[in-house]
Write a protein that binds this ligand. Structure first.
Ligand code: ZN
Length: 62
């Protein structure tokens, strides 16, 4: 499964992520320079994955 994280400001999926990020690490958008914390991004990814899984399972059981 491919997970796309998009910048809230510009929609870019290119981020500068520290080599060993923790939840408080700053992640910078490679395009517009918006700063987000790694924890927030991972939470967004988690929510997205959950949504996608629900959708996939929904298809299976229709
Ligand atoms: Zn951006």
């Amino acid at each position: 499964m491919k997970v796309n994280v998009k910048c809230k400001s510009c929609g870019s999926d290119k981020f500068q992520i520290p080599p060993r990020p923790n939840n408080n690490s700053k992640v910078t958008c490679g395009k517009c320079g918006a700063v987000e914390t790694y924890g927030n991004i991972m939470k967004a990814v988690g929510d997205k994955v959950t949504e996608d899984l629900k959708r996939e399972f929904g298809k299976l059981f229709k």
